[in-house]
Ligand binder design. Structure first.
Ligand SMILES: Cc1ncc(COP(=O)(O)O)c(C=O)c1O
Length: 434
């Protein structure tokens, strides 16, 4: 009896394994089908000609050993009516000690989660994110960046802030001893993730318009005789309101850097947490984004930090009329070349977005967008690390969108809720002064 149960369980398990592989991209694919007409309109590569990169060529030995979690694989079966799970330890939702949840918005609006939303948010949920949320985010990426790949070949996965997804992308791509290209200077949080991996970090200089393509080209030329993993394969870049330098890559430079990445077979990690701030500022052209008192406070703080850390940089104010998109390329037009993702015909960009700077950093919400095979391997890390991003944060975001109109309809309506990153919010940016 036990043996037959076991045999049955093993059989079901192999079925659900493949079900899970499909399920993890279900929301992505459903939304992909809906997005197909506009995607193909902007796609230079015909669906038949597109050849996704083989993720196995880039992944680390550690990531290659990661397998889909058996418990997570069983989750799709729970969608079958009447199914009782003896697999994962799903708590009985009737016993959750919460009856309702509502929150007030700055404009005075009250948002209340429905019973279904509350239950969904309190239960374990799929690793890539709640299907409805993933579909909304995919829609958002389609609107903002229109990735020029066949619709089914790119995916979105929700992350616990962009740091979470970045850490997992390093797990996927960065091995001890690998040469990794970064900007000089770069974000200290990413250095904290990269340094313990003992990667050899190769710095590429930036100026006020971001990473200098000729420096990158020169470095790649120098490395061109390297073989195997020694050859740099990862380029980590912060294109908008670079932290800490404050510079923003021009569309032209993005194009040049993308071409270099294609030529030298680099995977671009596009860490863009300040993108929505710039979008907001571009739409609200000329309006001050933050109150004067907080600008002064943060200018002083930032000055102190910058002078201490980067004595070669000073803060310079361009004012709204000189920096229309807060230091962004003055010719910036949405969506053409608005991001590396928007020009990624080869499927070699992983883009990291964050909601920390526009809603709340404590919600810990972000997303990673890129080639499906890469996203799936990042999801395997999540399955082992944290199962999924907080359902409550995801549902809160959905409800916010539903009741306050954010992120659900075009044009995008967001407001920067944080003033801490003064270089981006106020039009101040760092320029080299020697
Ligand atoms: C460049 C950069 N990347 C990532 C992050 C982390 O963002 P999140 O809160 O989404 O993890 C920050 C935060 O300041 C940042 O400046």
């Amino acid at each position: 009896m036990l043996a037959s149960l076991r045999a049955h369980a093993t059989h079901s398990h192999s079925i659900v394994r493949s079900a899970a592989a499909n399920m993890s991209t279900k929301a992505n694919n459903a939304a992909a089908a809906a997005a197909t007409p506009s995607a193909s309109a902007s796609a230079p590569s015909a669906a038949g000609a597109y050849q996704p990169l083989d993720v196995a060529r880039y992944m680390t030995a550690l990531n290659a050993r990661r397998q889909p979690s058996a418990i997570r694989s069983l989750m799709p079966l729970l969608q079958i009516p009447g199914m009782i799970s003896l697999g994962g330890g799903l708590p009985n939702p009737a016993l959750f000690p919460f009856r309702s949840l509502s929150f007030g918005l700055a404009g005075g609006k009250e948002v209340r989660l429905s019973d279904a939303e509350l239950n969904e948010s309190l239960q374990y949920s799929p690793t890539p994110g709640l299907p409805k949320f993933v579909a909304q985010l995919r829609d958002l990426q389609q609107r903002e960046h229109a990735p020029p790949q066949p619709a089914g070949s790119w995916s979105v996965s929700v992350s616990t802030g962009s740091s979470d997804a970045l850490f997992k992308a390093f797990d996927l791509l960065v091995e001890e001893g690998d040469n990794v290209l970064i900007e000089a200077p770069t974000y200290s949080g990413s250095l904290a993730a990269l340094k313990p991996l003992k990667a050899n970090l190769i710095e590429i200089a930036v100026d006020e318009f971001g990473m200098i393509p000729s420096k990158l080209e020169g470095m790649m030329h120098t490395c061109s005789s390297m073989q195997g993993r020694a050859k740099p394969r990862v380029l980590y870049v912060i294109p908008t309101g670079q932290n800490p330098a404050g510079c923003t890559l021009t569309a032209q430079r993005k194009k040049e850097i993308y071409e270099i990445a294609c030529r030298y077979d680099l995977i671009i990690l596009e860490d863009d947490p300040y993108y929505f701030l710039v979008r907001f500022n571009a739409e609200a052209a000329g309006r001050p984004a933050v109150a004067l008192d907080s600008v002064l406070l943060h200018v002083l703080l930032t000055l102190l930090i910058c002078i201490r850390l980067f004595p070669g940089f000073v803060l310079q104010s361009y004012g709204p009329e000189k920096a229309p998109a807060v230091g962004a390329d003055a010719n910036w037009q949405r969506p053409a070349n608005s991001s590396f993702l928007s020009m990624d015909t080869e499927g070699r960009v992983l883009r990291f977005d964050s909601f920390s700077k526009i809603l709340s950093s404590g919600l810990r919400l972000g997303m990673v967008t890129g080639p499906t095979a890469f996203i799936q391997r990042i999801d395997y890390v999540s399955q082992a690390a944290n199962l999924h991003t907080s359902g409550l944060s995801q549902v809160r975001f959905i409800a916010h969108g539903r009741d306050a109109g954010c992120f659900t309809d075009a044009p995008l309506r967001v407001r920067p809720s944080l003033t801490g990153h003064v270089c981006v919010c106020s039009g101040w940016r760092l320029v080299r002064c020697w």
